[in-house]
Design a protein around this ligand. Structure first.
Ligand SMILES: Nc1nc2c(ncn2[C@@H]2O[C@H](COP(=O)(O)OP(=O)(O)O)[C@@H](O)[C@H]2O)c(=O)[nH]1
Ligand SMILES: [Mg+2]
Length: 310
């Protein structure tokens, strides 16, 4: 219970609660996997590679008189590049919008010192209720101690969870539910996402790129859905993949188009699952020279542009 909030009187029907829950944490902690587990749908792309989430993704869970709008974020991203700063800004904005903060910590990995310090700063500066979700409890090497002592130092509750198996989510949800402000729902009760279907199509294609390509290639690919014709059967979707350099175009397309064909069929299956309908997916590869380093490039693909961007 938030300290400023009065206890409901016995017999009183509790008012509805609703608000934003920002998911913070280091790359690879499992923020996106946790959002998906909390919403019960694969909304936010999650891969074994770090920094796959480039902008905020909102997923909605409505239960009884409580609506939680989870904001997945790129997390605590450090790095001098424009794109790193764009991601860090996204995280900061989601944290500002959060009525509750949940810091996701990988309990199966050693805590790196510097970024963990940033996480601590975020939590220490928070003016809203916050908690730690100590994730990956399903792994044998799980050790909650470092996260627990971080939580203790900040006087925050810590919840041991596994985003992968769904274990331990109930106590975390109870904490979030009781910490949200009273107020009407922010979205219709049946909505699970706060973005149009084409956003998720774009993200599913990006996720598949992360799964199928190596090294820096997936980090260079922005996806733009050019056409989305839901009136057609199968649904017709055309999307372009924008790489940063000409040499990457060949890498994505692959020998005699094998790469792009494999990408297209795996992405199509995911999109069909998401839409619940057959899909015809047309993919194009384009070169948008150094888009991650330019204001125009970031803006073109809908990413946050830092004020001082060239
Ligand atoms: N074993 C295990 N793996 C997890 C869990 N949560 C996330 N992962 C894995 O950790 C990696 C990073 O997850 P992701 O959600 O993309 O992390 P993010 O960068 O914080 O969004 C992926 O390979 C996930 O499958 C968990 O509870 N248990
Ligand atoms: Mg993520």
């Amino acid at each position: 219970m938030h300290p400023d909030r009065p206890e409901p009187k016995p017999g009183e029907i509790p008012a509805a609660r609703a608000g934003f829950v920002a998911l913070l944490g280091l790359p690879n902690a499992g923020k996106s996997t946790l959002l998906n587990a909390l919403v019960g749908e694969h909304l936010s792309i999650a891969t074994s590679k770090a920094q796959t989430t480039w902008q905020r993704v909102a997923g909605i869970r409505t239960e009884d008189a409580c609506q939680m709008v989870f904001l997945d974020t790129p997390g605590i991203v450090t790095g001098p590049g424009l794109f790193h700063r764009s991601m860090a800004l996204e995280t900061g904005r989601a944290a500002d919008d959060g009525d509750v903060l949940v810091a996701v910590v990988d309990g199966a990995a050693p805590m790196p010192r510097n970024p963990a310090g940033l996480l601590r700063d975020y939590l220490a500066a928070a003016s809203v209720p916050a908690a730690l979700a100590v994730n990956k409890a399903d792994l044998g090497r799980f050790n909650p101690e470092p996260a627990n002592s971080l939580a203790e130092g900040l006087q925050l509750p810590a919840f041991i969870v596994s985003a992968r198996t769904g274990a331990g989510l109930e106590p975390l949800l109870a904490f979030i539910g009781s910490s949200l402000p009273e107020g009407p729902f922010l979205y219709p009760e049946d909505d699970i996402a706060a973005a149009p279907a084409r956003f998720f199509v774009q993200e599913l294609i990006r996720e598949t790129v992360f799964e199928q390509y190596r090294q820096e290639v997936p980090y260079s690919v922005a996806v733009q859905v050019e056409e989305f014709r839901e009136g057609e059967d199968p649904v017709y979707i055309a999307a372009s993949l924008h790489v940063e350099r000409r040499s990457q175009k060949g890498l994505v397309i692959g020998r005699r188009g094998a790469g792009i064909r494999k990408l297209g069929s795996a992405a199509r299956e995911k999109i069909e699952h998401f839409l619940g309908r057959p899909v015809y997916l047309d993919l194009w590869v384009k070169v948008s020279d150094g888009w991650r380093r330019r204001r125009k490039g970031l803006a073109m693909f809908g990413y946050t542009v830092p004020d001082d961007a060239p």
